[in-house]
Write a protein that binds this ligand. Structure first.
Ligand code: OOG
Ligand code: MG
Length: 255
């Protein structure tokens, strides 16, 4: 039985709001990436109808470590809303999520519109600030298992994010150490170079891929470049911190 796309978008939205996993779309029908993006847009519209505002985008699967962890080897993107943003140093409630994982990331804050085919130099000029970031991903699918179309439909697993303090836009981000620590002990260690060879490429990809969907990156938007390492499952009591060399730290607790 083929389900209409709005029905699927609603099922994923319900799964998110009730923190209850749902079965993969590919159990019922094949969903390609283009269909996945159409479902994602419908799901975001449901959020907007509840008053949420788009504040940027997240890039996903921009590093080999991430691609290998979930078995999907294409770069994806999703939308970030104001309701997904969490206070730096704050507390994340484990039961608000299905099976949350934390990822060490770098975020860009934009100072101008950026859309379509842009060069690395143009992308660099659009950066107001660079910040350390943590993305919380929480696949709405059972066992965190999905195909490319499935994960795209599910807003690329995005659930929440933390942004640290702003660093100057001209800091060299080519090859910075990135450490995700749990309770003060390093758990995942990587380099910003793992993100498409240079995290700026994630911003170039964001401008290009979002434009295909008619989405434009606006001044003030936040763009998460994607995780440099595998994601770490969260359990109550954990203290999570990400440090990005030369940029700074960002942390939160899990209750
Ligand atoms: C897909 C989202 C991946 C990243 O930073 O690579 C992602 C997933 O792993 O569930 O956010
Ligand atoms: Mg991510």
């Amino acid at each position: 039985m083929m389900n209409a796309l709005p029905v699927i978008a609603k099922r994923l939205d319900d799964a998110n709001r009730s923190a209850t996993a749902t079965h993969q779309l590919s159990d019922d029908q094949h969903v390609d990436a283009a269909t996945g993006y159409a479902i994602q847009a419908m799901g975001i519209e449901l959020r907007q109808q509840r008053g949420e505002r788009i504040v940027g985008v997240k890039m996903g699967l921009t590093s080999r470590a991430k691609m290998e962890q979930v078995g999907v080897d294409e770069v994806t993107w999703g939308r970030l809303t104001d309701a997904m943003r969490r206070e730096e140093g704050g507390t994340l409630v484990r039961t608000d999520f299905i099976h949350p994982r934390a990822e060490p990331e770098i975020a860009f804050v934009l100072n101008r519109r950026l859309t379509g085919e842009v060069s690395m130099a143009e992308a660099a000029l659009a950066i107001e600030a660079v910040t350390p970031a943590i993305e919380i991903i929480d696949s709405r699918y059972e066992n965190f298992k999905f195909s490319l179309g499935d994960v795209v439909a599910d807003n690329s697993s995005s659930a929440a994010f933390f942004i640290g303090s702003y660093a100057r836009p001209d800091v060299d981000i080519t090859n910075l150490g990135m450490v995700l620590s749990i309770d003060g002990m390093p758990r995942e260690v990587g380099s910003s170079a793992a993100i498409l060879g240079h995290p700026l490429r994630a911003l170039v990809a964001a401008a290009r891929m979002t434009a295909r969907a008619g989405h434009v990156l606006e001044p003030g938007d936040i763009v998460l470049a994607g995780a440099a390492t595998a994601a770490v499952p969260l359990t109550p009591g954990m203290q999570v911190e990400v440090e990005v060399q030369d940029i700074g730290r960002v942390r939160f607790d899990v209750s």
